[in-house]
Ligand binder design. Structure first.
Ligand SMILES: Cc1cc2nc3c(=O)[nH]c(=O)nc-3n(C[C@H](O)[C@H](O)[C@H](O)COP(=O)(O)O)c2cc1C
Length: 272
């Protein structure tokens, strides 16, 4: 393959890092990056059969982040080989890998490889770490080796894989049950008294530099008054992680439950 196209939606950068590492392993003469984290008017792009597409998106609520698929809607393949990658915060990737594969297959791509990589959870903080620092250097080496294996595979033949075979890691039953019990209680409380959790800003720390507004994928933060966040916020935590003053926090009740119940680091799952 002469050209690799990498496309990602990645508010906190983990999906981007994994996609870039896979592309390094694919050793294409040219790599074209399509970052759909921020809205832009992209014309529909029809890829050729001699190109390869690597798509990486984060898992939100056990599925692909909906906005990621909306923004990747302009990509079409012509039996173009594609690699479907979902990046999740060490809890569970649910049906996201199959969802992404189906999405790409319907657009004319041939899925030659799929993976679920672990990335630092969007809600991870130094006090409540959840898969902190991932993808680590060894995760990225694994992603690069995955790219190399795909390169070898495609030099022989381009055959589609069955992403149903991408198995979710087993174990940690107690953690999963505790998390499910929390979600049920949370949903029932939300039904009675709906509360929308939004990032908050410590005005004493905020210097109004505007970086939070710049990194927000949905323009929910006003550039004039960056201490305010609109209800259109998708809670991706890009603003929290980007703030150089650590002035922004996302007080989600999910963070302590995730930090407590998903301490054990999960492996990356790959098939090709
Ligand atoms: C709204 C939301 C929902 C999430 N849901 C899940 C989930 O169901 N399972 C999981 O393991 N991680 C979940 N995460 C964590 C992200 O999948 C993970 O942090 C990912 O690495 C973020 O990708 P990015 O760095 O490319 O933005 C969620 C994050 C957010 C913001």
């Amino acid at each position: 393959m002469q050209e690799t196209i990498i496309a990602y939606f990645s508010p906190t950068g983990t999906s981007r890092k994994v996609a870039q590492a896979i592309a390094r392993g694919l050793k294409a003469a040219k790599v074209i990056e399509t970052d759909v984290t921020h809205p832009y008017a992209a014309p529909a792009a029809q890829l050729r059969a001699d190109q390869v597409l690597v798509v990486a998106v984060p898992v939100y609520g056990g599925a692909c982040a909906p906005i990621a698929l909306q923004r990747l809607d302009m990509l079409y393949g012509n039996d173009t080989p594609a690699v479907a990658v979902v990046v999740y915060g060490n809890r569970d990737f649910g049906n996201a890998a199959n969802e992404l594969s189906d999405f790409l297959t319907q657009r004319g791509f041939c899925i030659v490889g799929a993976a679920a990589f672990v990335g630092e959870h969007s809600y991870s903080t130094p006090d409540l770490p959840i898969a902190e620092g991932r993808p680590h250097a060894d995760d990225l080496q694994e992603a690069e080796r995955f790219g190399m294996a795909l390169h070898d595979k495609m030099s022989h033949n381009v055959t589609a894989i069955d992403t149903e075979k991408l198995k979710r890691p087993s174990g940690n039953l107690l953690g999963k049950l505790r998390f499910m019990a929390f979600v049920l209680r949370y949903r029932s409380a939300q039904k009675k008294h709906p509360v929308k959790v939004l990032p908050i800003t410590d005005k004493a720390r905020c210097t109004a530099c505007g970086l939070c507004a710049k990194v927000c994928p949905v323009a929910a933060i006003s550039t004039e008054c960056p201490t305010e966040t609109a209800g259109s916020c998708i809670k991706c935590a890009a603003c929290v992680k980007a703030c150089p003053q650590r002035a922004r926090t996302l007080p989600t009740p999910f963070a302590p439950v995730l930090a407590k119940n998903f301490k054990k680091q999960k492996p990356n799952i790959i098939i090709y």
